[in-house]
Write a protein that binds this ligand. Structure first.
Ligand SMILES: C[S@@+](CC[C@H](N)C(=O)[O-])C[C@H]1O[C@@H](n2cnc3c(N)ncnc32)[C@H](O)[C@@H]1O
Length: 230
């Protein structure tokens, strides 16, 4: 599965950002900015963006961070990281190739850990997702902040149905048309309707050991920002 996900992202790396902007009508950028603003409240001087891809979230974070803050972007896809490195040279930002479930950092290292639009990818099953959450918690300093931005499930039934219909009808053909990757966008349209609701995800975070878990719906609940503390 890990290899499969890596292969998918090497197929879509070149057009990854463009497809997201088209499919969400640009809302993905607004949501990342909102999550980054929430994240930047963590303060401190060492921030980690896991499953960072091409570094869009890390870039948003760097714009809000003061000079002393170092940001590390971790991803296991060579193609996504290379794409990020090509387009983003920010002196505060370092890029590390690693698996998010075995982060190459000591316990209690970071003031902030963020993840955006990748929690579905690490949700191979419930246990594996929990193992990732525990790993993010391990590298956070006590009191450190975790921010999770991900698609979610609208609580109003009709809106949920319309959202799922949009995913079914638009994501595969549009994603394929722009990126040339059939598998990449079949995977996206499969995982979105099956992902947890915001409440369920909050329970998993609590079960993983996080405290003060909270969530905010975005655009009628099609996405959500979860905040949690170690
Ligand atoms: C949908 S992209 C999200 C990228 C970025 N965070 C954003 O907001 O656009 C998911 C990323 O997670 C990475 N990824 C998935 N599973 C991973 C894992 N176990 N360890 C490290 N990176 C992983 C993929 O390589 C891909 O770059």
């Amino acid at each position: 599965m890990r290899k499969g996900v890596q292969r998918l992202f090497s197929e879509v790396a070149k057009t990854y950002e463009l497809v997201n902007h088209v499919l969400t009508f640009g809302l993905d950028m607004v949501w990342r900015r909102k999550a980054a603003r929430e994240a930047a409240k963590a303060g401190g001087n060492l921030w980690l963006d896991v499953c960072s891809g091409t570094g869009e979230m890390a870039l948003k974070l760097s714009r809000l961070a003061d000079e002393r803050v170092k940001i590390i972007s971790v991803d296991f896809s060579d193609s996504m990281l290379t794409r990020g490195l090509k387009t983003r040279t920010i002196h505060q930002l370092s890029w590390v190739m690693a698996d998010a479930v075995h982060l190459p950092f000591p316990d209690d290292s970071f003031d902030l850990v963020t993840i955006s639009f990748a929690t579905r990818n690490i949700n191979i099953n419930r246990e594996i997702l929990m193992a990732h959450f525990k790993e993010f918690r391990r590298v956070l300093k006590p009191g450190g902040c975790f921010i999770n931005l991900e698609t979610s499930q609208p609580s109003v039934k009709t809106i949920k149905k319309l959202f799922h219909l949009y995913i079914k009808l638009a994501v595969k053909p549009l994603g394929y048309f722009i990126s040339g990757s059939k598998a990449g966008y079949a995977y996206l349209s499969y995982t979105i309707p099956r992902f947890y609701s915001a409440k369920e995800l909050a329970s998993l975070l609590l079960e993983s050991g996080f405290k003060k878990v909270d969530h905010h719906p975005l655009f009628l609940g099609v996405s959500a920002i979860h905040t949690a503390r170690k």
